[in-house]
Design a protein around this ligand. Sequence first.
Ligand SMILES: NC(=O)C1=CN([C@@H]2O[C@H](COP(=O)(O)OP(=O)(O)OC[C@H]3O[C@@H](n4cnc5c(N)ncnc54)[C@H](O)[C@@H]3O)[C@@H](O)[C@H]2O)[C@@H](O)CC1
Ligand SMILES: [K+]
Length: 552
Amino acid sequence: MKILRKAADMKAIDKASMSEPYGIAPAVLMENAGRAVCEKGGVYVGGWSGKDVMILCGKGNNGGDGFVTARHILAEGGRVYVYAFGEKDGYSDESKAHLKTLEAMCDGERCSLIYYRTASDSALLIKQLDTCHVVIDALLGTGFKGELREPYKSIVMAVNEAAAGRHVTVISVDMPSGVNSDTGAVSGSESEEGSAPVMADLTVTFGAFKQGQFLYPGKACTGKLEIDHIGIPVALSEQCKEAVFLPERQDVIDAVRPRRVDSHKGTHGTVAVLTGCNDMAGAALMAVDGAVRAGAGKVFLYTPAETAKYCIARQPEVMVCGVGPTGTRTLGGSEAREIIDNLENVSVLVMGPGMGKHEGVFDFINYIAEKTTCPMIIDADGLNCLAKHDKQAFFKKYGKRTVITPHPAEFSRLSGLSVRDIKTDLIKAATDFVHTYGVNLVLKGAPTLTVSAKTGHVYVNRTGNAGMATGGMGDVLSGITAAMICHDGIDSLAVAACAAVYLHGAAGDYCARHIGPYGFTATEVASAVPKVLAQWDEARPMPALQEPYIMS
Ligand SMILES: NC(=O)C1=CN([C@@H]2O[C@H](COP(=O)(O)OP(=O)(O)OC[C@H]3O[C@@H](n4cnc5c(N)ncnc54)[C@H](O)[C@@H]3O)[C@@H](O)[C@H]2O)[C@@H](O)CC1
Ligand SMILES: [K+]
């Protein structure tokens, strides 16, 4: 599983590489970084020979990487125009050393080095942008914060214009300049017109992927992403105490093991979906659909008597139980008592989708939680009601066995943060909440994050698409999550939730490919789940059938 790092982690790893017992010289890491940009960038642009390349080098070590890149591109037959934005003496020792070597190679023909100081340097830069083929952006890396300041602000604007108008290729070193490597926040989003970040075609990153490359809006500026380990010792790059992970397809395939051939419906769990109200039978139906399609052994739907009329036989595999006397339209405390009297051997509960906003919802959920011991998934209206009650006390008692699945607006109600604050630092908002309340969290969005109450690990999901931004998708996810909790071999709620989120997104991607980029429905996503599971079976190293093959 890939690990996503923050700037501070990278600094610590960098420092540890240089210290005992490793003792790697800082200039060596920088050399490796610059060479990697030349190599991977060269493949991207089809070789450097005959290319005019502008290399913009900031004041920090990102700029130092740029000096090394320039030297290697020169050796590969490119012509380089290097702009240094720092004072000669202001650079770090390793950057200074590489700058000195580059300076010695400058001939004003194939290699020019310009110390950017005045408006005339700016005019020259803009003129050269007109003719160069590639821009290497080594202005700012993991050290960037806030909004781009001048002169970077104007230069980045000119680079982006050249890229859009003349199709100049832009390659960013480590991070697109103007993107925060921890949060994915970008320069310009606060207001300032013309302070937008570099829009890279390719980013070559070092040592580890950075969180900001996988969080919007930074993700959209990163372009194609390549990584080079630049010689950092493996033991350091793999250490992951409070890590943020990027699960890949094979990780999820490994977690969602094939079913045993001798299994039966009792082996795959009993999901009880306790939800719905008279206006929203559809939400309940989509939740059960998700559970059925993701392979739950048995699925029950407990819904108000009046709602049950619309649900019976809509999905014949689901056992629909109408709750309350004829005419009951919502679920409250007395309906909870009735359900508990009849509920047996349930593996996992789903509550919330389409329950409505009436006061009884909290009594209902609280009573069910108190009288059961199995895992619970709480979504939608279930979360809205918790937001209005003592969620601290609720999560203290039941958080460890609960997965909550809010979208940003629901999470805003729960956390008290504005949607804007949540999006500004998604990972922090999610981890702070889990730390405070001790509940497993699936924070839905682009991307969806899963945070484990037990380990604090964060999983950033990669699947899914904008076509899924429609009603009902969350209801289906709650059902898929329930089925995954029951799945053979999955050993924690967070892993189940993470696998469910990945599967749900992959089913959405399947729909986008086979139906269209948007306009497909939540029900179609549920129907695509078995197709994705079939693809996963094909990708397993061992055949899913655990019985002898008879060769004919
Ligand atoms: N393992 C590592 O950590 C390695 C890091 N290396 C490079 O070093 C980079 C980090 O270097 P630094 O920590 O020196 O940081 P950067 O080079 O990313 O940026 C620091 C500079 O940016 C300026 N700055 C910050 N915010 C700004 C803003 N809003 N507008 C204008 N200027 C701003 C600061 O004043 C400082 O001069 C990495 O991204 C990578 O490219 C490589 O040399 C190889 C090894
Ligand atoms: K950069």
